[in-house]
Design a protein around this ligand. Structure first.
Ligand code: B12
Ligand code: SF4
Ligand code: SF4
Length: 394
């Protein structure tokens, strides 16, 4: 008898009923903490919500999913013929940490290690399995081609918390999210996860800048996680609330009671959790990009990391630490006016007003504004920079 004809690559066989179980098993073994399946129908409600927020200006100029909401909410724009999403969530180790020390800059938990690389690798294992059955499959995670949270909610992985994040039942929000978009017609996870926030409002109450303007709605113009990434100057009113943050903000997750007992690594020291602000201010562009290039840095220009480091220094530096005064002095003379302006603010906040007068004739209007503000500052114990600050133009 002749051998049966091999299945054509163009005509994959219908997925076996237990394929979802097998994919789930593969994903969990590869490091995922939860897997769910959703249909790949367009996320029309999410698209309307993104457009509404953009129209209200709540996106604060962000691009990401706001640039082309139609594309980001329609999986078939990522993979022609998409029928299903296999969604995965991966735990971020987020040990509760002590306050940052003087001059140290805090990195949010999701940015301390390359969690997205681990996530994509694990999703890739499931994608490979689908491809081995001749289905098409593409991994997407944090790349703006899909609204990752909406996919996770539709796949029954979690619910939208009031802090905007997706929370997994009993486990909280310390997870990164991604999907495999596939043309395989997989049976979706039946059960949606019910709201678990109840009457709690801790995240709204503890956001340092009141950026959560209603349940689940973030005004990015006030959100520190965005402001530290955004181009341009950090608006003055958000510099003190920035505290020691150089990248990301975890406050609305830190205060969340869900999954606290499960939180791994409490009390442990994570050497990637913070860095010396001075290190950022003395490193070369190449070094900064080699070390932090996987972060979203506006225009891929390390000057924005230095801008943040100056704010951190203004908020946390102990100016008796050797080298701190020299560092301020150097940045007060920096050729980049944005950095000079932040250095003026930071030096004044650190009580180093004596350093400021040298900038009396600064050619840049933003720097002159900072100097004027430093003179008029109401900071407790602030000694005005004195008459040496002149408004003369060169
Ligand atoms: C743009 C963006 C940001 C922006 C804006 C965030 C925002 N809330 O919109 C900024 C830079 C501020 C940001 C910050 C953070 N982000 Co971000 N971000 C994204 C990105 C690229 C797009 C998100 C998006 O489309 N937002 C637009 C809004 C409209 O959509 P949404 O966030 O899904 O909001 C939904 C809910 O608000 C819900 N909703 C509407 N009305 C109501 C009403 C109620 C009552 C409720 C409960 C919900 C609700 O509907 C909306 C639409 O579906 C995604 C990656 C991706 N490709 O999806 C990551 C992503 C959302 N970010 C992530 C993370 C980890 C963070 C930070 C925790 C990082 C940090 N530590 O600094 C913070 C958290 C800030 C916060 N509280 O949201 C994770 C979320 C993980 C999770 N478990 O939820 C994602 C999914 C990245 C990833 N692939 O893992 N982020
Ligand atoms: S990330 Fe920070 S600033 Fe943004 S909403 Fe959460 S607590 Fe507020
Ligand atoms: S802090 Fe409370 S309201 Fe906010 S996400 Fe957590 S459970 Fe929900």
């Amino acid at each position: 008898m002749p051998d049966p004809a091999p299945a054509s690559l163009d005509e994959p066989t219908a997925p076996a009923a237990d394929l979802v179980a097998e994919l789930t098993e593969l994903g969990l073994s590869a490091g995922l903490d939860a897997v769910g399946v959703a249909s790949a129908d367009p996320f029309t409600g999410t698209r309307a919500e993104i457009e509404r927020r953009r129209d209200l200006g709540l996106h604060g100029g962000m691009q990401f999913t706001f640039r082309n909401p139609e594309r980001s909410t329609d999986p078939s724009r990522t993979l022609a013929g998409a029928r299903s999403l296999v969604v995965g969530a991966m735990r971020i180790a987020a040990p509760r940490l002590a306050d940052v020390g003087a001059g140290r800059a805090r990195i949010a938990a999701y940015a301390r290690h390359d969690h997205y690389a681990d996530l994509r690798r694990a999703l890739g294992v499931m994608a490979d399995r689908l491809v081995s059955d001749s289905w098409k499959a593409r991994v997407v995670a944090d790349d703006n081609s899909l609204v990752d949270r909406a996919a996770a909610v539709r796949a029954g992985i979690g619910w939208y918390g009031r802090n905007g994040n997706v929370l997994l039942p009993g486990r909280g929000s310390w997870f990164v999210l991604g999907s495999v978009v596939t043309d395989a017609p997989l049976p979706p996870t039946d059960e949606a996860v019910p709201d678990g926030c109840g009457t709690c409002r801790r995240c709204i109450e503890h956001c340092p800048t009141d950026a959560i303007i209603e349940s689940g709605v973030i005004d990015a113009r006030r959100c520190l996680a965005w402001l530290v990434q955004a181009p341009g100057s950090i608006p003055v009113e958000f510099r003190r609330p920035m505290g020691g943050r150089i990248y990301g903000c975890d406050d609305c997750q830190e205060v969340c009671p869900v999954g606290r007992t499960e939180r791994v690594g409490d009390g442990t020291v994570d050497p990637a959790a913070d860095i010396e602000a001075a290190e950022v201010l003395t490193a070369s562009d190449e070094d900064l990009l080699a070390r932090f290039g996987r972060w979203y840095i506006a225009e891929r220009d390390p000057r924005y990391l230095r801008r943040n480091a100056l704010v951190v220094l203004g908020n946390t530096a102990d100016h008796t630490t050797p080298g701190v005064v020299d560092l301020f002095d150097r940045y007060l003379r920096h050729p980049d006016p944005m950095l000079r302006a932040h250095a003026v603010w930071a030096a004044a906040e650190a009580g180093l007003d004596d350093l400021l007068p040298a900038l009396g004739h600064d050619p840049d209007p933003e720097v002159r504004d900072e100097l004027r503000r430093a003179v008029g500052s109401t900071r407790p114990g602030h000694a005005a920079a004195g008459g040496a600050v002149s408004e003369a133009t060169p």
